[in-house]
Design a protein around this ligand. Sequence first.
Ligand code: ADP
Ligand code: GN1
Ligand code: MG
Length: 374
Amino acid sequence: MNNTAFSESQVRSLVSKFKIDAGIASIKPFGSGHINDTFRVVNDDPNGKDYLLQRINHHVFKNVPLLMNNLVIVTAHLRKKLGTLPKEILEKIILTIVETKDDKSYFKDADGSYWRMFLFLKDTKSYDLVTTEKQAFEGGKAFGSFQALLSDLDPGLVKDTIPNFHNIEFRLANLQKAIDADKEERLKNVGPEVEFIMQRTDSMSEILRLGRTGILPRRIVHNDTKFNNVLLDSQDHAQCVIDLDTVMPGYVAYDFGDSIRTIINTAAEDEADTRLINLNIPLFEAYTKGYLQETAGFLTGSELQSLIKGTLLLPYIQAVRFLTDYLEGDHYFKIHFTGHNLQRARAQLALVNQLEIHKVKLEKIITNNWFKIN
Ligand code: ADP
Ligand code: GN1
Ligand code: MG
């Protein structure tokens, strides 16, 4: 369902379940996320707090109580680490969960939908497309510092909200199942895409292998670091990392790769004309600088070497997921037209192709910037 499918009166009644003491001026669908239904709740006092109401997609996140427990643990840890800052600042730089009137972190309605509320971060921007080196640098700082702040949180405390989320072997097995079933009779449209993917299955499994042998440490990472999941302030300074639903154990290369996927691409994630998909290498360098500045204190040498592998893997895995959803009939990602997931998959594969061509150059940029810091 789409967030435009709810009437204002329905949403108003949901808002009343939460601890807010404000008159409501308006409630409007908000943002461009592919998963949750998001609404901005505007206070009738312009100087008062606004709120963000979300229906959590429980087809994607099967265990919402576990997910919300993760969010409580993670946001509390961040707050503890930054505890010397005043409350007004903490509320700007860390997501604040607004509880229900019966002290819960979420509300379950009569239809079985789960709702939660956050403080809305006013005067912030969330970019689907990055255009300046400053934005890229600030994004790198934000996601790098997010990893650094969580690097001492016991990974056992934060549970998997989507098991095997970035496990490429699992994603490829799902693609194979979708190919075999060909439920929607769409396989005939995707021959070259499937071939491109199958040629790279082994090289794209490297991070998984390095993880299994213990060479790459599992840490608590964000796992969904596309650039619109960091809010920048009106001056384009990093303010707050959002969309914490997939914060769980993983590898740092996943976060690095997913941000780069959305920064380095000169075109949109779903660009129809793949000739427009090129690399903006200065943005890559700017993000890398910001990221390494924050993570140099804990990254191991193997993790540093894994960053380029994540850069190639994340658009690849994203293509596999979009293509699987297309073959299965578009039940996972929100789409805006028939064939949208195929268009997205094609764009991501075009990006992988570009990244392969420029891999050595990108690798050098990572290493040179590492030496500058160390
Ligand atoms: P999804 O999983 O659907 O991407 P997000 O949690 O990322 O959901 O929220 C969707 C969009 O809503 C974000 O990309 C951002 O633009 C906006 N957003 C999310 N949380 C906040 C917040 N606390 N304050 C302001 N805007 C927010
Ligand atoms: C989804 O929720 P959102 O829109 O930030 C997806 C990510 C994908 C992304 C592709 C939980 O992210 O994994 O990379 O779409 N989130 C989930 O745009 O599947
Ligand atoms: Mg999001």
